[in-house]
Design a protein around this ligand. Structure first.
Ligand code: IPM
Ligand code: MN
Length: 341
């Protein structure tokens, strides 16, 4: 079976780290072909294109999509905020129904959260990201802006079920993170759904953290987490913190999953385009590489997925015992490839 993979390298270091991720897919023996899609800030600046229907429809025909990073250089005002986020990244999440954002963290020994290994399951198509809201009396002294949080029983339940399934395959512990004491409508729906789904998973132990407290525990006792499930915005914020305490955002991988497999899923590092280091060979490719290990897993190539994952973890442990700065983008990939067997 030869897989068709679409590659959106994007901006800044995006194409560099995607290239390395593809090199690892090759090294583990996957049979695949790639097609590049020229999208991102550079394309928007060049000809005003964000994501046209033609490209979106073409993307739907692939087995998987690798995404590097999207975004203009910090301080550049060529792309207004929201254009690429809503028009490209979130459009892919919504249109491809990528309802799970899976972000795994394995902390190397020199990191704050050393010894921890956990996964955050972030709901990826609802909450405050849904785009509900608007202005009243814009640009007047009495201006009003609202931005609602959309939580459907269907969306919350499929996310929570996915998280229970995952916890059941891992260390059988699932923590719901929310703010049920203040967000009494959305929080109630999440808590009730969680409690109901829990009935079908007798082997999974559960916990609940308010999101502010979770930020403390993530730093003081991250080893207690196995799987965390949370809403879109809490998950966005919490996973940046998780990245910071588990070796840095350079290691943080993510999979935007259409877990129902009715179309392709998108695999991308959590980090951004880092225009300041483009072309210097300093970008850490490990997040992009761990993302393709999730790609392999999602395609059912579990043996290859595990090999790549173990190699990434071994390489990050090795780098933790070395001066990481002595290793270039390409050399770090080579460390991974040497460890695939
Ligand atoms: C992420 C990013 C995106 C998000 C932005 C760029 C739309 O921060 O993938 O975490 O908020 O989800
Ligand atoms: Mn984010």
């Amino acid at each position: 079976m030869s897989y068709k993979i679409a590659v959106i390298g994007g901006d800044g270091i995006g194409p560099e780290v995607s290239e390395e991720a593809l090199r690892v897919l090759q090294a583990c023996g996957l049979d695949f072909s790639t097609t590049e899609f020229d999208l991102g800030a550079h394309r928007y600046v060049k000809d005003g294109v964000v994501l046209e229907d033609e490209d979106l429809n073409a993307l739907k025909g692939y087995d998987a999509i690798i995404l590097g990073a999207i975004g203009p250089a910090i301080g550049s005002n060529e792309v207004p905020p929201g254009i690429l986020e809503r028009g490209l990244l979130l459009k892919l999440r919504f249109e491809l129904d990528l309802f799970i954002n899976m972000r795994p963290f394995t902390a190397p020994k020199n990191s704050i959260a050393s010894g921890s290994d956990f996964v955050v399951i972030r709901e990826n198509t609802e909450g405050t990201y849904a785009g509900e809201g608007g202005f009243l009396r814009k640009n007047t002294p009495h201006e009003v802006a609202t931005q609602g949080s959309v939580n459907t029983r269907f969306g919350v339940e499929r996310c929570i079920r996915f998280a229970f399934d995952l916890a059941n395959r891992r260390n059988k512990h699932l923590t719901l993170v929310h703010k049920t004491n203040v967000l009494t409508f959305a929080g109630d729906l999440w808590q009730r759904t969680f409690d109901e789904v829990k009935e079908s998973y007798s082997e999974v132990t559960t916990d609940y953290n308010h999101v502010d407290a979770a930020c403390i525990y993530m730093v003081t006792q991250p080893q207690n987490y196995d799987v965390i499930v949370t809403d879109n915005l809490f998950g966005d914020i919490l996973t940046d913190l998780a990245g910071a305490v588990t070796g840095g955002i350079g290691l943080a991988a993510s999979a935007n999953l259409n877990a129902a497999k009715t179309g392709p899923s998108v695999f991308e590092p959590v980090h951004g385009a880092a225009h300041d280091i483009v072309g210097t060979n300093k970008a850490n490719p490990l997040a992009a590489i761990r993302s393709v290990s999730m790609l392999l897993d999602h395609l059912g190539e579990s043996e290859k997925a595990e090999k790549v994952l173990n190699a990434v973890i071994a390489a990050s442990e090795f780098l933790a015992s070395e001066n990481e700065k002595n290793y270039s983008t390409v050399e770090i990939t080579d460390l991974v490839i040497e460890r695939i067997n």
